[in-house]
Design a protein around this ligand. Structure first.
Ligand SMILES: *Cc1c(COP(=O)(O)O)cnc(C)c1O
Length: 400
């Protein structure tokens, strides 16, 4: 298969042609149960009628205006998102990494605006700029976001120095305390780690992180690009983990498959982002905003979120039963809501390949894990089908 594409994604041998809800079909005509969903992006499954309607009706009216003009749908979405969480202001962009980047800029700008003079570096550089990231994190693939996560595979050959980022061990409050200096502007973490293998933070640890940030007068940003927008059964994951951030990055599921990102912040943190300080050509584009408004209307209803929690608990219990029956293969099942990780004692790639054979698409995660990311409106039946397919795959792997 020759191609003019960059080879960064490696060999991919399955081309999907169409989808409906939890199912997707490949070009060769085979049907799959899709628990990858574009890596937690298609939050309402494939081609949800309400999203198709939002997108196509907007497509017939106006595609793009730039931020030279008011975009009413972006004002509505900002109103909705800030009404659903701690935040007072929203900035719209096109991806997760851009949402995180905006948050990093906000952190530095906040301290700059305070005219911090506690530290006088050579060159008259006086404000706090350094940002602490945690181990096994993922924040995107731009220069700043790879520096924050410091995954060596992602950084190799790309960084100039430390780019202003420090690291601390995930879940270790003493390590975080030790990493904070008088140059630290803030901390970024995923309330539920995604790419690194699905792991919710311990709520006690999260509260301690919040307290540590307050004591040191530094900012706390949550990267909810993967775990946000209903994925865990609350609109944002931190809402069931006992601590609030100053800044939050949102993307993936927010557009239900249409590219969109948002950076949300408290007023005091958002205020220094004055006219001209930041921007995006496509950010808040009418097409993205129409779809995201429809996604948020659907997902933010209490009944919908309750359903995510119930289905997540059901799925998790079935997977724990499979773990108990297959301790040689499954090491651990972890997760929250419909964001579930299965950590393996055998090569995760083997299970993923076997599942595809059986007709179930899933995603690889870090630390030799598999991520199960069904659409949030998945049915009981579809979850039971997935459990059956996983049971079959495990049986075949055992006999191999
Ligand atoms: C996917 C992801 C990102 C990056 O999002 P992109 O849209 O690929 O830039 C950032 N943070 C987390 C937690 C993610 O899962």
């Amino acid at each position: 298969m020759s191609s003019a594409l960059l080879e960064n994604y490696g060999v991919r041998d399955l081309a999907l042609s169409h989808g409906a809800g939890s199912y997707v079909w490949c070009e060769a005509g085979r049907k799959y149960l899709d628990f990858a969903q574009g890596i937690a992006v298609n939050s309402l499954g494939h081609c949800h009628p309400r999203l198709v309607e939002a997108l196509t009706s907007q497509a017939g009216a106006l595609w793009h205006t730039s931020n030279l003009f008011r975009i009413p749908a972006s004002e509505q979405l900002a109103e909705k998102l800030t009404g659903l969480c701690f935040a007072d202001r929203a900035f719209f962009c096109n991806s997760g990494a851009e949402a995180v980047e905006c948050g990093f800029k906000m952190m530095r700008r906040y301290h700059y605006s305070k005219g911090d003079t506690h530290r006088k570096a050579p060159g008259g550089d006086t404000h706090r700029k350094r940002i602490i990231g945690l181990s096994d994190s993922f924040h995107g693939r731009t220069l700043a976001t790879i520096a924050a996560a410091a995954n060596s595979t992602h950084c190799e050959g790309f960084l100039a120095g430390d780019a202003g980022f420090d690291q601390a061990e995930f879940g270790n409050i003493d390590a975080l305390a030790a990493a904070i200096t008088d140059e630290t502007a803030g901390v970024i973490l995923e309330p539920v780690q995604g790419e690194g293998g699905i792991r919710p933070v311990d709520p006690n640890y999260l509260k301690q992180v919040r307290q540590l940030c307050d004591e040191n007068k530094i900012l706390l940003m949550f990267d909810e690009v993967q775990c946000g927008v209903g994925r865990t059964g609350t609109f944002y994951a931190h809402q069931q983990l006992g601590a609030e951030p100053d800044i939050l990055a949102s993307a993936k599921g927010l557009g239900g498959g249409f590219p969109v990102g948002a950076c949300l912040a408290r007023e005091a943190v958002a205020a220094p982002m004055s006219v001209g300080s930041h921007g995006s050509t496509f950010g808040g584009n009418p097409l993205a905003m129409s779809v995201a408004n429809a996604v948020v209307d659907e997902i933010s209803s209490p009944d919908f979120l309750e359903q995510v929690r119930a289905n997540g608990a059901r799925f998790m219990q079935s997977l724990r039963d499979l773990q108990a029956a297959n301790p040689g293969i499954i090491a651990e099942v972890s997760g929250i809501g419909l964001m579930i990780g299965v950590f393996l004692n055998v090569d995760a790639g083997r299970l993923i390949a076997q599942l595809r054979e059986e007709g179930l698409l899933v995603v690889k995660g870090g630390n030799n894990s598999v991520r199960l990311l069904p659409p949030l409106n998945v049915s009981h039946d579809e979850i039971d089908q997935a459990v059956q397919l996983i049971a079959t795959a495990l049986k075949k792997m055992e006999s191999k």
